[in-house]
Design a protein. Structure first.
Length: 93
């Protein structure tokens, strides 16, 4: 009789451990699936960023070169505006 009680107790303990193991493994599986989904989302965000960068981003060197050209044009306008005015004769006198 005590052997039967011991077997029942061992069976209950084994069943409880097996249940906890199954629940733990299920939790791990769901965690891995969530991480995989997050990985896919990050991969898509990175692809979107790679696509958008050439359209929206200006390299520092390109900005300096473009702004230098703009400054040259502004300087040319400044020189033109501040040239001494030559007197003109009226009526051909």
């Amino acid at each position: 009789m005590t052997a039967q009680i011991a077997l029942v107790i061992v069976g209950c303990v084994f069943s409880a451990l097996l249940t906890f193991a199954v629940l733990y493994l299920r939790d791990i599986k769901h965690s891995i699936i969530r991480q995989g989904n997050r990985h896919d989302e990050l991969r898509q965000e990175l692809a979107d960023l790679k696509e958008a960068l050439p359209k929206e981003y200006v390299r520092r060197e390109d900005w300096i070169m473009s702004f230098g050209k703009i400054e040259q044009k502004i300087d040319a306008i400044w020189e033109f505006v501040h040239q001494p005015v030559k007197p003109t004769t009226r009526g051909g006198r």
